[in-house]
Structures are given as structure tokens and as C-alpha cells.
Design a protein around this ligand. Sequence first.
Ligand code: IPM
Ligand code: MG
Length: 409
Amino acid sequence: IWEGKRQLFYFNRLKSERKCVIIITIIHWCQARGDFPLAFRNEGEEIIMNYNISLIPGDGIGPEIVAEAKKVLDSVCQKYHHTFSYSEVLLGGASIDVHGVPLTEEAISTCKASDAVLMGSIGGDAKTSPWYKLEPSKRPEAGLLAIRKALNLFANLRPAYLYKELEEACPLKKEVIGEDGFDMIIVRELTGGLYFGERKTIEEDGVKKAIDTLSYNENEIRRIAIKAFDIAMKRRKKVTSVDKANVLDSSRLWRKVVEEVAKDYPEVTLEHMLVDNCAMQLVHDPGQFDVILTENMFGDILSDEASMVTGSIGMLSSASLNETKFGLYEPSHGSAPDIAGQNKANPIATILSAAMLLRYSLNLDKEADAVEAAVQKVLTDGYRTGDIMSDGCKAVGTKEMGDLIAAAV
Ligand code: IPM
Ligand code: MG
């Protein structure tokens, strides 16, 4: 039976030995046809999964943190008897060095042919790296924007959650954090707005002038709003839609469309908030937020702010999804070239992104829970990378953190 890209085989009424023989025969048959991935389903439960995952190590600390996330995925495979096949894909500076461009057609097709993509980070030090001598459309960041567009990844989910263990690393006062801490998710529109509008730099009467365009159509707004409301239904049922409707036309349309979508979700409370106020509320009373729904640029800025109040941007995962189950998963942080290759980076954001990949793209909830619980356990046991270190805790490097989490799975 075909289910999306996967074939499912049902065996409910066969004896175990017969199942083994048949499974092995089918694996051989599919390998010969190049037909992976497969799933085998027994009494409603899938028993062997084979998925294709594209890995984009990228630049800076990217290769180190992706290696640790892969280690954790390998331990998930071992424990739950799945097999993941990996294809490495070049993006950003790593692709410029080999192909002269930050993203190739081949990279796009490899990603499209896989079930999900796990990415590290891209980009280098803009002051020193030769990548930034290239014209803007050939720089590492252009590759990231192009892959988001090519894969139609319009929905960027960025959870910001305060671990009890990390309260010390949170820059907010105890009374601001409150008893219950905070747990929010930013739903950022990712393929529209200023990032993808027309832009140019011209000269008028000897004066240089640069133009960026911010545009949204109602369909782009509607599909991201629906995502946010769907997510809110599985959480605390509150959506805060963030805009600048006191100034921008695109924000006024945003508000109107979000209100229309809200009518289909009577259980969800909707509030609108201006972006400047939201920036303030995030450090004044972060506990008030459940789902923050916002456009591309505001989401970029607010998600960095939200991540910092969790203690470290090194903890924050993200998922970028299209209309199907396919997604690209990456930490919310950048490539930190200053600490690259030194075994200092915190791999947790990437490991938690891998957990999101298991949950959203592969439907492996149990396995995703196991990864999240493993991260929680290692923090409870007092292990910390430099960015989240506090008194009395045990300092570890990137690799050791990955080893500990993989072992805890
Ligand atoms: C992010 C990053 C990117 C963005 C950059 C690297 C282009 O800051 O994913 O938040 O602005 O979207
Ligand atoms: Mg950003």
C-alpha cells in the first residue's frame, strides 16, 4: 500500500517466521528496484521503518552539531529497530567552496527525494570570510533562503521553552519568570514578506537608494494562520498574532485574514499584538504566550529574543514545513564561526530539531519523546556546555554532550 512516498506492507495474520522471510524478500526486491523507504506494519504498529534523511552539515559549528544529532538518531534506530539512510548535501559556504554557488539543483533534488532534512547552520564571519566578497545573491544566506523557497517551507516553528534546570541561565528575574516558567512556540511565515520581495539598489541624481519590498497575499497569510491555529489546538489554545497594523498595509491584511481563520477555531483565543509591544512583553511577561503567529522578518527577530530568554539560543530547535509532512529541521541559532571546530558548541538545539523531525515528518512520536526525555535527563544530571554552564554543574564539550544524550535514549 502506498502512503505518500512510503510503501506499507501489512502482515497481520502471518506467523513470525513467515513474516521474517517475507520482510527479507521484500527488502531485497525493493533494493533491486531502488524503491526505498519501506515500512512494515504489524497489528497496526509499524515494526521496521526505513527512511531517507538528507543531512546538511553546513558551515561553522554546523558539521559538529549535526554529527551529534546523527549519533542520537543512530541510537534511536538501535533502540527502536529502524534504519535511516543518510545523504549529505552541501549548502551555504560549504557549497560555495565546492561548486561556486551556495545551493545547487542537485542539492535541491536530493532533499526533495528524502523524507526530511536535518541541517546544522550556514554562514561565516562576514568581516573575514571570502564568501562575503561575493555579490549578495551568491553568499551563504542566499542558499538558505533559496532552499526554503524551493522546498516551499512556508511554516517555521520555533519552540521556546524554559527548562527548570536552566533557570540560572535565564537573564530574567525570578519574579518575571514566575512559578510556571514559560513554554511558547513562534510560528513564523518563512517564504514571503521582505525576505522575498523585490529588492534593488539604484542611484538617483547621484544619490544611492536601496529598496526592499514587503508584500503578502491573503493565501500566504491564510495557510500560515491555519498552521498556527492547528498547533494551538494541541497546546493551550491561545494565538497571539503579531503585526504592525498601525503602520503597514501588509499587517492590516494580515489581521483581517487571521480573524477570518480564527472563526473556524472557536476554542482558540486570538489576540493581536503590535510587534514593538511584543518585543517588550517577551521580557516583561513571557508566560502570557502560547502560540505567537507572525510574518517572516518579525519572526526572525522575535525568535532570537524568545530564545535568549530561555537561557541560551543553543537550546532552541526549529522545524520548517511545507503543506505535506516534509520538513527541514535546524537549530534556531547561527554558525558561530568563532567557536567552530573547538568542541565547544551546544548540540542540544540540533538534537531537539532531530526530535521534531521524528515527530513531524516521520510520525515517530515515541522516538521523539525518548530524545526529548534524554535531553531532560542529561540536564537533570547536571551536564552543561559552556553556554548554559552554572555553578555546581559538570562542564562538557559538544561530543560528550552528544554521547550522553545518545546513551540516555
Ligand atoms: C534564521 C536566520 C536566517 C533568517 C538568516 C541566516 C538568513 O537568521 O533562520 O533565523 O534570517 O531567516
Ligand atoms: Mg534569525
